[in-house]
Ligand binder design. Sequence first.
Ligand code: EPU
Length: 434
Amino acid sequence: MAKDDRFIITGLGGAKTLRGELVIGGAKNEVLKVLAGSILFCDELTLTNVPEIEDVWRMIELLKGLGIKVRQLEKNKYHLETKGLNNFSLASEISKKLRASIVVTGPLLARLGKVVFPYPGGCVIGKRPIDLFLSGFEKMGATITENEEGFVIEASRGKLQGAEIFFKNQSVTATETFIMAGVLAEGQTVLKNCALEPEIVSLGEWLNECGAKITGLGTSTITIHGGDLLVGEGKTHETLADRIEAGSFLILGALTAADLLIKKCRPEHLDALIAYLSEAGVKIEIGFDWIKVINKGDEKFTALDVKTHEYPGFPTDLQAPFAIFLTQADGQSYIFETIFEGRLNYFEALGRMGAKVKVLDSHRAIIDGPTPLSGREIESPDLRAGLAYVLAAIIASDESVVHNVEYIDRGYEEIEKRLASLGLDIKRISGNCS
Ligand code: EPU
């Protein structure tokens, strides 16, 4: 998947004709942390249902740079061996491109007593500070030196100390980082105002299975009793189903499908989206691990006000795809993005496609619908907005060109093949764009 890849999509012009099944892959935002968690292990572990996406490959490169051996056993299955782990410096080039690299700092500092890392990168969706990480490490007895390149953090006498840490914002990656730091710290760590995302629970349960002592997962107070390195020999972790991928496909189904079955997902992790779509008038059937959308083709959806919120509220990662849905809903909708202030940048291009949208400020926007969209050349600004543009291109009339596909590749495995299997005309063109 080269840089400058683009998708050429022939839009359906509002028709709901796609038909078939999509199988949900492993969750990017879980497996990246489980990979980082391998640092806590003394021996080896096996991971299955690993999505073959850019961010996973970047994380694997990062771990290899630390001395961990990673082998692909087959597609979506990896084996990691951690005995050779000896480097406390995160490769700068990779870290700058991967926000999740910040999560590696917790287990690495806890294991080696020192970590050196640059300012972390990732999708440009607002300020994305790391103050919670720095103050948390200080609470655990570490000293921080900042220089032009980034940070050097050292634990006093080589070992983190258990501490009580209150997060002033509920942060997914900070919660995960300090759970993992606590696993090898001396004594007890208590984390307050934790994020509740299912990916965090799944990570914690896996660590517990391998010897960690973490309680309170899925609640706002998590306690970790520090102990020895974890043992993964003979153990396999299956990555949790990706709720954001499933949610994106559910929105796709509502907008474009005669009949779409989404398989191998966890519907209970999508309560907020399902409630909103149902309220708007989308007919959804739900089973134990599947969701089905059936459209007659002439349904009218009603406008809604949506406010993003930490889990179990409406996920910020589905805000942009959901905005595409709202362009086709009847009436005025209002979007309030409460988590990140840079996540409405994609609206400008939606306006060029014919959507009636107005951005009020960096957190709020209004959408008037329904409006037919027209195919255009558009550039993905980040992963989730990129997927939203693909959705917009599918409902639009005529052809659209979606640039910066490398953003979409960071989070969705072989997306064009999967969409083509539903009857969509979508092609990937590689190489420099004109
Ligand atoms: N925050 C701080 N200080 C910090 C860290 C975060 O103030 O030190 C604030 C942020 O500015 C934000 C809020 O806390 O306002 C929540 O951000 P959080 O830390 O939860 O976001 P994140 O951990 O950086 C993860 C996902 C994102 C997802 C958010 C929210 C990973 C690798 N990333 O980011 O996923 O949007 O949680 O659910 O897990 C994506 O997959 O496209 C993506 C961006």
